[in-house]
Design a protein around this ligand. Structure first.
Ligand SMILES: N[C@@H](CCC(=O)N[C@@H](CS)C(=O)NCC(=O)O)C(=O)O
Length: 264
């Protein structure tokens, strides 16, 4: 029995949903409302002490951290393996997964949070907002969220996030000159862990960030075309949701473009 605590907008939950779909596994969905901070409720913290989605519960046992969940699923359901057979390629796969967790994920948060999470928090009183943010269990995440609430897209985290995205795209372009997918000619967990972070780029209409990197643009298109992506990510973005996100992404792009120009 597989249960997933998830949210449609969460890239790290999207990673796990793609793995579940690639493997054709049945699972039960538990929606966690991040805007209402359901992730910080005591009953959820018992499952995931870090207070984040996703959490997989397998036969009653919680598994946390999206990359660990992806590998766990690949280990317990080894049919249609998403890991290369070659150990060197596995090391490259894990490098990309680590890069996503350590660098791309916080960067995505810095760009997405001011647009998606901040408006709901700004409707609360300053005291309510403060009380909620103080509950975020890990200090770096708590402090980052405070900065993003205070300064929105003018937070210092945003410049670093744009630079990280662009450098990641340039490194991916190089890797894709060597093989069809990120670590080899086979689709792997590295592709799955990266793809949702470009859903964010796509949904806000920031695709000019791919300029000069046609292989990355093509790689993302191929990820999107997969049945697993359609059923577990694209289906959560019907036309009215997509149109709303595109509109919200426009003013942000003006700021992102300036940071990209300063980088060049
Ligand atoms: N390293 C964690 C990161 C999880 C994470 O940051 N999840 C976000 C959604 S993508 C979340 O639940 N944020 C809620 C919050 O920070 O309040 C993982 O990969 O599972």
């Amino acid at each position: 029995m597989l249960e997933l605590y998830t949210n449609p907008m969460s890239p790290c939950a999207q990673k796990v949903r793609i793995v579940l779909a690639e493997k054709g596994l049945d699972w039960t969905k538990h929606h966690v409302n991040l805007a209402q901070k359901e992730n910080l409720k005591p009953e959820y913290l018992k499952l995931n002490p870090l207070g984040v989605v996703p959490t997989l519960v397998h036969d009653g046992k919680p598994v946390i951290e999206s990359s660990i969940i992806c590998e766990y699923l690949d280990d317990i359901y080894p049919e249609s393996s998403l890991k290369p057979a070659d150990s060197y390629e596995v090391s490259k796969m894990r490098f990309w997964m680590k890069h996503v967790d350590v660098k791309l994920h916080p960067s995505c948060g810095a760009l997405q949070w001011p647009i998606v999470m901040r408006p709901g928090l700004m409707e609360k009183t300053a005291a309510e907002r403060q009380a909620l943010l103080e509950q975020v269990p890990e200090k770096p995440r708590r402090e980052r969220q405070k900065r993003l609430v205070k300064f929105g897209l003018d937070a210092p985290d945003v410049v670093d996030a744009v630079i990280t995205y662009r450098k990641t795209i340039l490194a991916m372009e190089k890797a894709l000159a060597e093989h069809k997918w990120i670590v080899s000619d086979s689709f792997s967990l590295a592709d799955i862990c990266l793809a949702p972070y470009f859903q964010t780029v796509h949904q806000f209409g920031w695709t000019k960030i791919f300029d000069g990197c046609p292989r990355v643009a093509d790689w993302f298109k191929r990820c999107q075309e997969r049945e697993s992506y359609q059923s577990s990510v694209a289906s959560d973005f019907p036309p009215e949701v997509q149109a709303d996100l595109l509109e919200k992404g426009k003013p942000a792009w003006e700021k992102i473009e300036v940071h990209l120009e300063n980088m060049a």
